[in-house]
Design a protein around this ligand. Structure first.
Ligand SMILES: Nc1nc2c([nH]c(=O)n2[C@H]2C[C@H](O)[C@@H](COP(=O)(O)OP(=O)(O)OP(=O)(O)O)O2)c(=O)[nH]1
Length: 130
C-alpha cells in the first residue's frame, strides 16, 4: 500500500484549488488535489507541507484530516489521505501540473476528477458552508 497525501486548499471565498495532471504522467488530464507520496517516517501533514512547496511554491498550514480513501487503479493500491489546509505564504504556481484552478462548489462538481478523489470531494461538499 502506498500512502499519498492530498491537500484541500481552501481560500477565503470557500473555493478549493484543483490541479490537472500533465501529459506523460499516470492519470494525465485528470484533476486532483495537490500532494504526493509520503516518505518513510514522515507524517501526512509534514509530507503535505513538503509536497506543496515543491509543486506549487506555497507554504500551507494543515488543518482538518478528512477520511482516507483506498483505491487501486490496477497497479497496486494507494491510500489517499486528505487534509484541509490554508496558504500561509506564497501564491500557487504550477511546477508539476499543466493547469491549476480555484473552483467553487459548482465547478468542483463538474471536474473530471481522479477516481480516488471523488469520495473526498463528496465529503468536503457535505461540510457546512461558511
Ligand atoms: N498527489 C495526488 N495523487 C493522487 C491524487 N489522487 C490520486 O488518485 N492520486 C494518485 C496518482 C498517483 O498514482 C499517486 C501518487 O501521485 P504523485 O503525484 O505523488 O506521484 P507521481 O505521479 O509522481 O508518481 P507515479 O504514480 O506516476 O509513479 O496517487 C491526488 O489527489 N493527489
Amino acid at each position: 500500500m502506498i500512502d499519498v497525501v492530498a491537500g484541500l486548499i481552501e481560500d477565503d471565498h470557500g473555493r478549493l484549488l484543483a490541479c490537472r495532471r500533465p501529459p506523460g504522467k499516470h492519470l494525465a488530464g485528470k484533476w486532483e488535489f495537490p500532494g504526493g507520496k509520503i516518505e518513510p517516517g514522515e507524517s501526512p501533514a509534514a509530507a503535505l507541507v513538503r509536497e506543496l512547496r515543491e509543486e506549487l511554491g506555497i507554504t500551507v498550514e494543515p488543518h482538518t484530516p478528512l477520511t482516507p480513501v483506498v483505491h487501486d487503479y490496477g497497479r497496486g493500491a494507494i491510500r489517499l489521505i486528505p487534509i484541509s489546509c490554508r496558504i500561509v505564504e506564497g501564491l500557487p504556481h504550477p511546477h508539476e501540473h499543466d493547469r491549476i484552478e480555484w473552483c467553487d462548489r459548482g465547478q468542483l462538481a463538474g471536474l473530471d476528477l481522479a477516481e480516488a478523489d471523488r469520495p473526498i470531494l463528496a465529503e468536503w461538499l457535505g461540510f457546512p458552508q461558511k
